[in-house]
Every structure is written in structure tokens, then in C-alpha cells.
Design a protein. Structure first.
Length: 851
């Protein structure tokens, strides 16, 4: 017993040594693992050790519940203002209340890595932690609040905390429970009065198309004076109050108040109210120590059903959302598929088998169907638009239709209707409230049937002769290209200005004012605005620049990275954003580009508020810009020493200069990532989802320049119609016995294809008189777009052929699989809200094939 008492006393004394005080005054410092506590001891602020996979010696600067329970929940942590991720500290880091009246966290080198936001330039003198969990920085005299954690939340609200319109407070989820990097979800109280949950997409901005839940309290026509406030009140009640004083509950209040409480935006995008019984002697109570956090309320209620207007859901491609045993949202793979990243399951799945070959000639598809079987997923669906729909089918017939279609990866069956899918993208979900069934096509063996292999192994004589002649031409062409390449190398090596500048991290930190102004966030990294006044190596010190912080890749050494950057830096074209320099320090990888003040093509084409859509950019500009973009891609594919595949062509990566000339950004960055990381990045960036070629979703297919051709085709169609490819176009589809029609939707591809195939090109245009006078070119550009987005890569044109077709040098024939009228018994459909495609005497559109 004496030994036990001594051990307890030693443990208690060691804990007391880590507790500095109940406040910190000017000149005070705090070092890991020390902390201060609130007067009651319920909360602590200081250095909280990071566990779960992180090495010892790493800490958060945080506020947490300081009770006896082992899981001391973190309720606030210092974040990087640009990325939103937690700022990490080491054992040598120092937190201080400076004599200059600021809060500062300095790293090992003494550089400041976090400070309190201080828009009013007030000076504080004492830091206190209240029993509410609010960390307050007070001015001299202890009255005026200079800064407080309640106005700068991380992912959690505490009782008494609120978020008001215009306050700038935002909740951002963590990547996972143990990873305090910025996650995928955020909660805003907007200036228009709407409380919105967003899925953070590649562009890194708040866009209505990224929202998956909202209160709908925005004031029509009033975007700056919504005056809505979100409250978290005891006991366990989350509610919001609108401008007229009306109160609306989001969670049901608890009957008792004797609980610890917190409302957290969890890594799965759901806001949950957690409660745990408190005890008057919480530091020693066995009951409290054994208690765990329980969920008392949440919103949104059915998380798996949430989806954005762009059809993005919780899980990545080839996966579907499920509710796990602990009530959290999780992702699952269909049979025959495996996770791209087992640690980050939301990134989606990839097939564990070779996809069917769709470039064969003369093979009977029905004979090849023995390679595949149907795996059934009950109560499962995806929101991605189908490319073919059949009415009044049976389940077995539906599966057979998919098995006998080379491009079909799955079919959705709802009891009478069968929809064939070319890819499992969009919001996939499984649940008791889903009545349909997913029929997934999976391979039964790893090799095609022997007969098909034998046929392909015995090429006819004309092919052999053609192969020999092609080899001769290839040899002659290669010799010429080698000589030309040597001449180009000699010329470029003598050009001093083509050498990339190597900057230090400090230079770029100063140029961007501490990476303060985030321009955008994408799959390859984050982009910040900077001014080159501190970069003395540049010829124009007042030049605006853009600094891209790349995601870290361990697959390249520093020398390999530098060599790749130097080769990319030698690429110059009027339609490509110019690279100025780069930085490589330890794990830091940054690229410096010229700043493009015109913003992105996305923001130029698509208005952020769809209800107040401005006139489209002039058709003449759109046509010339499309040709310029195509020529930029052509230079990457055919004008460089070796082809550069962009891998991420989309409106976000096409920027405009001060004269609205389009330039392609992010070219060559794919070379700086390893193959596996590149594939994971491209297929899981949600802003990229509508632009990636189908072969990206099949891991064993070789990725070549045709993926850029596909993406350009999508962008070209968007530029013609001034509509987003993800926009579902609502229409009236089926007519019942009473003459009424059922609403349904179709993608931009199917809608536009139906109009072009029936000579109603003018319907594509939105009050665009400029384009209406140039319908011949509009139709030609649309046909080029359809050629580019053909599923079979071997049938797509090269980008050089695309340029020729856009310029009118070569004739543009009707692309394969262009929609046509079919019989109603087995046809698929395109729907449109335009009367142009409706038969005379009918209020419903006709049924057409999709691409």
C-alpha cells in the first residue's frame, strides 16, 4: 500500500509539473508538453501530443477536455490560415505571449508558424482559458477581448458558442479522427443568410454546386444582409435564428444538462452532437473515466443520401456509401474491386481485374460474355447518368444486356427499368431506403477465351505487309526527329533565360505574405497569390506571381525533381502559363508561375449564382479561345522533345490573362508525381470527375495523349453551350395514360447529342445571337466534341486532327454512336426541356440513344 501511494503521488506531481497556471501574461512562454487549465479543470490549453501513427515528439497547439476519460476530445486547435490544416509543433517549439501583444507559435528555427488573427491591430496582455472552453486573449485591464477561440473555431462548437453572418467563422472537418489535416467538408453561415455544408472540391472555393446540405434561409436578391446566426446551446441544442427572429432547431434538446457537450463536424461530413455524463469530481470519478461520448443528435440525418448539384457524393469512383456499426459513414467496394487507398477509403475503388477489350474487330460480343458474370448488390444505386436505358425488363435480362455490352461496367435495376452505366461515378449509396439493385460486371477469369486469343494471334497478310511498311516509315521518321531534337537541344541550352530560378522557402513565404491569399486548391496542390517584390532574382520586382505548393511525393529524388522542373521550364507557348521558378527544400516542393488576373475559364463561363445567369461570353471569343486551348494541348503533345500528357484538362486549369487570352495551367505537373499517386489524384479529385476519360477508371489500361483529347472534348462542349458537364438537365420523359409526363434528367452530353443529330443546333445556345449567326461553326465544333469523347480511345482523333477540324481544314464527319431515333421497345433516351425534340401533338420528348 505505501508503494502504491508513493506511485500515485509521483504520477500526480508529474502531472502538476506539466500544468503551468490558469493564465499566461505578456512575456510568458509555454513548451511541450505543458499546458494551462480552466479554473474548474474541465478544459486545458497547450501542447497536446499527437498519437495514432505519428512519431513521438509531435504536438498540437490545442484546447481539449481535461478530465479522467482516456479520450480527451480536442475542441479547438491552431490552423494554417491558408490550408485549414492543424499547425504541428515539435518538442523544441515555443508558444509565447509576446511583449508586442500577440500570440505566437515558433518552430525549432524560431520562425513564426502561427499567430492570432488581429484585424483591429489590438494588443493583448493576458491569455485565459474559461470554464466554457473559450480561450480568450484580453487587453490590458482584462476587459476588451482581442481574440478568442469561440470566434475562430476549428471543427467543433461548445455550448454558448455561435456563428453569425459576416463573422467569417467556418467549421472545417478533419481528414480523419487521428489526422488533423483539413478534411473534405466545411460549414458556413453565409452573408446571404444561408447555413450551408460544402464538399470541398478541387477549385478550393465556395460554390453552390459543391453544397450538399443547406437551411435554405438565404434572402432572394439579397446576398450581403442575411443576418442568420447558428447557435449551440446547452443542453445539446443546435439551432439557427433568422433575420426576423424565428428560431429553427437542427437537433433535439436533451432533457438534462449534467453532461459534457460538443458539436463536431466529423470527417464524414455530418455534424454530430456528442454528450458524456459529467461528475462533480470528474478528475477522480470512476464513472466518468469509464464513460464515453454518445451521439445525441446530428444533421443531415441521412448522410449517404447527400450529394452535390454536380452529382458528387461521399465516396469516390467505383465505391458506395454505407453506414458503419458506429453510425459513421463509410465507403465499400463492389465485388471484384479494391480500395485505391485503404487508409482513405473515400478515395474510391479500382477493379482488381482486367477490363474487357473494346478495340477488337469482328469478335462476337455475345461469345465473349463468358469472361464476365454479374455480381448483385441489393439496395444500392449510383447517381451518375446512364448512357442507355431500357423499360419493362426483367432482372436477368438487364444483367444480360450489360454482359453483352463491352462498354457497360454495371446496370441499375429498379424492378422494371434497366439503366446501363459506363462508369460507377457520382454518389453511390446503399441503404434500406434504396429500392433498386446494382448489377456489377466482374471478370470470372484473368484471360479472354482461347478462341478470341487465337483469332487475335493470327493477323491476316495485309496487316503484316502494312506493319512492315510502317516500320520503315517509323525508322525514317525517328532519324529525322533525332537530328531535329539535337538541334533544338543546342539552341535551348544556349538560352540563359530558359533556366528555371531556384527559390528558397523563405523567399516564397515572404512573397506570399505567409501563404495568406489562397487562390485555389486542386488535386496537385494549393495555389497562393504573391508579389515578387522580395524576389530580387526576377527582372520585374512588382510582378504578381502564383505559387503552387505541390502534394508531397516520395517517388522522386531532389535531383530528379529538379531535372523534371528544368525540362518543363523550357516549354514556352502563348497558350501555356509560364513557369518562373521552383523551390525544393526537404519535403517542400513549390512551383512559381506568372499570375493570371483574369481568373479561370470556369468562373468566366459559369456564374456562381445560377439563378442570376449573366449573358454568355461572346461566341466569337469562345470559338477562338477553344482553338487556342487546342493548340496549347497540341504543343504539349507534339511540339516538345517528348509528349507531355496534361492529365487534368478542365476549366479550372485554363486561366485568363489581363486581355482574357486563355492559357493552360498545371501542364507537366503529372511528371512530378509517381504513377500511382498520379492515378489516385486524377481519379479522386471531385472537380475533375466529369472530365476524366473512361480509361482512367481501369487501372491496367495505358494512359496516353487521348485522355487529354477526351477532357478537351468535354470542355469544348461546355464552351459551346455555356453549361457545366455535371449539370443534370431536367426534362419530361414518359407520358402516362392521362397524358402526364414524369420528370427525369440527362447529362449535357446526351442532351447536346440529340439536338445535333436532329439538326436543332440553335437549341444548344442560350439567348446567344452571336452564335446563332454562325450555326455552321457551332455544329462543326459540337461534332468535334463528340469525336473527342468517344469511349474507345483508339477511335478518338489526335489533338492535331482536332485542331484541323476546328480550323475547318478537314471535314468533320458524323462521329460514331451519334444518337438516332430507335424503337420504343428497347431504346435508351435523351431528354430535353426544349419542345424542339418533341413529336407533334405530344408534350413529351422522344426517346433517343445516348453516347
Amino acid at each position: 500500500v505505501p508503494l502504491l501511494l508513493i506511485a500515485l503521488l509521483l504520477h500526480q506531481s508529474s502531472c502538476l509539473l506539466q500544468v503551468e497556471a490558469e493564465n499566461l501574461t505578456a512575456g510568458s512562454t509555454l513548451r511541450p508538453p505543458h499546458y494551462i487549465t480552466s479554473p474548474s479543470g474541465d478544459f486545458a490549453f497547450g501542447f497536446r501530443a499527437l498519437g495514432s501513427g505519428r512519431p513521438d515528439g509531435w504536438f498540437l497547439l490545442a484546447v481539449w477536455f481535461n478530465d479522467a476519460v482516456q479520450e480527451k476530445a480536442v475542441v479547438w486547435y491552431a490552423r494554417d490560415p491558408g490550408s485549414g490544416s492543424a499547425v504541428t509543433a515539435t518538442a523544441q517549439s515555443v508558444f509565447s505571449v509576446t511583449l508586442a501583444g500577440q500570440l505566437s507559435l515558433a518552430d525549432t528555427a524560431g520562425s513564426n508558424v502561427w499567430t492570432n488573427a488581429n484585424p483591429g491591430q489590438q494588443y493583448g496582455s493576458v491569455l485565459v482559458l474559461l470554464d466554457s472552453g473559450n480561450l480568450q486573449f484580453l487587453a490590458a485591464g482584462g476587459r476588451a477581448v482581442v481574440w478568442e477561440s469561440f470566434r475562430d473555431p476549428a471543427d467543433t462548437l461548445l455550448p454558448g458558442q455561435s456563428m453569425a453572418t459576416g463573422a467569417g467563422a467556418t467549421l472545417v472537418s478533419k481528414r480523419s479522427d487521428a489526422d488533423f489535416s483539413a478534411g473534405r467538408f466545411s460549414l458556413y453561415v453565409q452573408a446571404d443568410g444561408n447555413v450551408v455544408l460544402y464538399l470541398n472540391l478541387a477549385a478550393g472555393n465556395v460554390d453552390p454546386y459543391n453544397a450538399y446540405w443547406a437551411t435554405g434561409t438565404n434572402q432572394p436578391g439579397n446576398t450581403q444582409d442575411g443576418n442568420t446566426t447558428l447557435f449551440f446551446a446547452s443542453p445539446g441544442r443546435v439551432y439557427y435564428q433568422v433575420k426576423d427572429g424565428t428560431v429553427h432547431d437542427l437537433t433535439t434538446p436533451m432533457a438534462k444538462a449534467n453532461y459534457y457537450q460538443r458539436a463536431t463536424l466529423d470527417p464524414d461530413g455530418v455534424v454530430r452532437v456528442y454528450v458524456r455524463r459529467r461528475s462533480p469530481t470528474s478528475s477522480t470519478s470512476t464513472t466518468t473515466a469509464n464513460a464515453s461520448w454518445a451521439v445525441a443528435g446530428m444533421f443531415p440525418g441521412d448522410g449517404c443520401s447527400m450529394g452535390t448539384r454536380g452529382l458528387d457524393g461521399f465516396c469516390g469512383p467505383n465505391s458506395y456509401c454505407v453506414v458503419s456499426d458506429d453510425g459513421r459513414l463509410d465507403c465499400a467496394c463492389p465485388s471484384g474491386y479494391s480500395f485505391v487507398d485503404a487508409q482513405l477509403r473515400y478515395r474510391g475503388c479500382s477493379p482488381a481485374f482486367a477490363p474487357p477489350r473494346c478495340d477488337f474487330v469482328g469478335d462476337d460480343v455475345a461469345n465473349r460474355s463468358g469472361e464476365f458474370v454479374i455480381a448483385k448488390l441489393p439496395n444500392t444505386t449510383w447517381t451518375a447518368s446512364p448512357y442507355k436505358v431500357y423499360s419493362y425488363t426483367a432482372e436477368e435480362q438487364c444483367g444480360g444486356l450489360c454482359l453483352n455490352d463491352c462498354f457497360c461496367v454495371a446496370a441499375l435495376f429498379d424492378g422494371t427499368r434497366c439503366t446501363k452505366m459506363a462508369s460507377l461515378t457520382g454518389a453511390g449509396r446503399q441503404g434500406s431506403n434504396v429500392t433498386g439493385k446494382a448489377l456489377i460486371k466482374v471478370r470470372t477469369r484473368s484471360t479472354p477465351p482461347a478462341a478470341a486469343v487465337a483469332r487475335r494471334r493470327a493477323p491476316p497478310l495485309p496487316y503484316i505487309l502494312l506493319l512492315g511498311f510502317s516500320a520503315f516509315l517509323l525508322l525514317a521518321s525517328t532519324t529525322s526527329l533525332v537530328l531535329l531534337h539535337r538541334r533544338i537541344r543546342r539552341r535551348s541550352s544556349s538560352d540563359h533565360d530558359m533556366v528555371m530560378r531556384l527559390f528558397t522557402r523563405k523567399e516564397l513565404y515572404d512573397a506570399t505574405n505567409g501563404f495568406q491569399r489562397l487562390l485555389g486548391r486542386g488535386g496537385f496542390g494549393e495555389v497562393y497569390h504573391g508579389v515578387a517584390n522580395s524576389l530580387h532574382l526576377l527582372h520585374s520586382p512588382d510582378t504578381d506571381i502564383a505559387v503552387k505548393k505541390l502534394i508531397v511525393s516520395n517517388e522522386y529524388t531532389e535531383r530528379e525533381f529538379a531535372n523534371e522542373v528544368q525540362s518543363i521550364g523550357r516549354i514556352h507557348h502563348r497558350s501555356l502559363v509560364r513557369m518562373i521558378g521552383y523551390c525544393k527544400e526537404r519535403e517542400q516542393r513549390m512551383l512559381v508561375f506568372e499570375f493570371m488576373p483574369g481568373g479561370s475559364l470556369r468562373s468566366f463561363l459559369f456564374h456562381q449564382q445560377p439563378r442570376r445567369r449573366p449573358p454568355p461570353p461572346p461566341w466569337t471569343w469562345r470559338a477562338e479561345a477553344a482553338l487556342a486551348i487546342a493548340k496549347g494541348i497540341e504543343y504539349l503533345h507534339e511540339g516538345c522533345a517528348s509528349p507531355i500528357i496534361h492529365c487534368d484538362i478542365k476549366p479550372d486549369n485554363i486561366l485568363l490573362d489581363d486581355k482574357n487570352n486563355p492559357k493552360i495551367a498545371d501542364f507537366g505537373i503529372s511528371r512530378l508525381l509517381g504513377d500511382e499517386q498520379l492515378h489516385t489524384t486524377v481519379t479522386n479529385v471531385r472537380g475533375t470527375r466529369g472530365y476524366i476519360a473512361p480509361e482512367w477508371l481501369h487501372g491496367d489500361r495505358r494512359i496516353d495523349t487521348k485522355v487529354d483529347v477526351y477532357s478537351f472534348g468535354v470542355v469544348l462542349l461546355e464552351m459551346i453551350c455555356c453549361r457545366r458537364c455535371q449539370d443534370p438537365i431536367t426534362s419530361q420523359l414518359h407520358q402516362d395514360d392521362n397524358g402526364d409526363c414524369d420528370d427525369d434528367t440527362v447529362t449535357l452530353f446526351g442532351w447536346a447529342a440529340g439536338l445535333v443529330s436532329h439538326g436543332r443546333v440553335e437549341v444548344l445556345l442560350r439567348s446567344d445571337d452571336d452564335a446563332a449567326e454562325d450555326l455552321e461553326r457551332v455544329e462543326r465544333f459540337a461534332r468535334v466534341a463528340f469525336w473527342c469523347i468517344v469511349h474507345n480511345p483508339s477511335l478518338r482523333p489526335t489533338i492535331h486532327q482536332v485542331v484541323q477540324m476546328l480550323e475547318g481544314v478537314v471535314e468533320v464527319h458524323a462521329p460514331p454512336h451519334l444518337p438516332s431515333y430507335t424503337d420504343s421497345s428497347s431504346s435508351s433516351f435523351i431528354h430535353t426541356d426544349s419542345p424542339a425534340l418533341r413529336p407533334r401533338g405530344s408534350s413529351c420528348p422522344v426517346e433517343l440513344d445516348l453516347i
